[in-house]
Design a protein around this ligand. Structure first.
Ligand SMILES: Nc1ncnc2c1ncn2[C@@H]1O[C@H](COP(=O)(O)OP(=O)(O)OP(=O)(O)O)[C@@H](O)[C@H]1O
Length: 335
């Protein structure tokens, strides 16, 4: 478990104290994939770097697996950092070392394992990330996705219990992003380690995270299970992120809402309800006509969901909405 308790981080810029982060309380549970999403400058990296004390809080406590990290003596801090792996946007690989040497590097520095044990561990890690055939190559000979896989293998070398990911897929194309996120998800499941994933892409959160914190201006403005935050965003920043991730132009969408007739509602179907012909049944039963303003079917982690924005006219709209809600559909009246 990772706990932030009354944490403030300020930087001194040209003689002035500037507040970068203020988090009253935030808890990341053991074994979960926790997303931190926000625009550039929102404080995401600062929050992440407080976990392994790459940044020191100006005030408050960061407690990792029961230990207040700010109180660790230098030798304890070195041992503690080995329990936390980290991956970066630009991979940070050593260009003069091979893939295998990059992965072996943290184990050599730790100096706790024999050469043979390190070689065996490297082999195991390269198999885990699907790079066994590339052990002797140099980073320059790899694609972006392969480089990040090396980064992941290296981060896992010392068997950490926490993996910090700072925009690890931001430099990758969409397909490679998906495969790296899938790998992180598999690692979370297979090894049971906690992953904290900083990103500015809500789509990455939707694919792999269990819970998410949305940051704005150095503060956590919304937090909760991804399905909750994604399907029912409350804070304007969260709404913006969700619409962006659905490639919806906010202004165009507002305009189409204004032109729509009758009652405008957003229906969210989750899990099995996604595939049931509920809407057809209900509109027929209550004589309601509808037109579709927006719609999508997708997954949040492994759970399918469908979301439809409709304008409803005629018939008994109120009763139709009640029937849908009773059948387990989330009904939001937008207008
Ligand atoms: N070393 C530093 N010195 C001064 N200000 C800093 C320093 N590091 C970060 N900041 C400031 O703290 C705020 C939060 O920065 P941070 O890098 O955590 O944001 P972020 O959400 O990760 O953004 P990005 O996605 O662009 O990395 C910003 O206003 C930034 O300018």
């Amino acid at each position: 478990m990772i706990e932030f308790d009354g944490v403030r981080k300020t930087y001194r810029v040209r003689g002035q104290e500037v507040l970068a982060l203020e988090v009253e309380r935030l808890t990341i549970e053991r074994g979960e994939v926790f997303g931190i999403v926000g625009h550039s400058g929102a404080g995401k990296s600062t929050l992440l770097r407080l976990v392994n004390l790459l940044e020191r809080p100006s005030q408050g406590r960061v407690v990792v697996e029961g230990e207040d990290v700010t109180r660790l003596a230098p030798a304890q801090l070195r041992a503690f950092r080995r329990r936390i792996g980290m991956i970066f946007q630009h991979f940070n690989l050593l260009s003069s070392k091979t893939v295998a040497e990059n992965v072996a590097f943290p184990l050599k520095i730790a100096g706790t394992e024999s050469r043979a044990a390190i070689a065996a561990r490297v082999e195991e890690l390269l198999a885990l990330v699907g790079l066994s055939e590339h052990a002797g190559k140099y980073p320059a000979q790899l694609s972006g996705g392969q480089k990040q896989r090396v980064g992941i293998a290296r981060a896992l070398a010392c068997r950490p219990s926490i993996l910090l990911s700072d925009e690890a897929t931001s430099a990758l194309d969409p397909q490679t992003t998906r495969s790296v996120l899938q790998l992180l998800s598999d690692i979370n499941r297979r090894l049971g380690l906690t992953i904290v994933l900083v990103t500015h892409e809500m789509d990455a959160v939707r694919r792999v995270c269990d819970r998410v914190a949305v940051m704005d201006g150095g503060r956590v403005v919304e937090t909760g299970p991804v399905s909750e935050v994604f399907l029912h965003p409350r804070h304007p920043t969260t709404r913006e992120f969700v619409l962006e991730s659905e490639h919806v132009d906010t202004q165009e969408f507002q305009e189409s809402l204004q032109q729509a007739a009758g009652r405008v509602v957003r229906l969210t179907f989750k899990g099995a309800a996604t595939y049931r012909p509920l809407l057809g049944e209900v509109v027929r039963r209550f004589g309601v006509d509808f037109s579709i303003l927006a719609g999508r079917i997708d997954h949040i982690k492994d759970v399918p969901y469908g979301q439809l924005t409709l304008s409803l006219v005629g018939g008994d709209v109120e009763e139709a909405l009640r029937a849908l809600a009773e059948a387990g559909v989330d009904v939001e009246v937008l207008r």
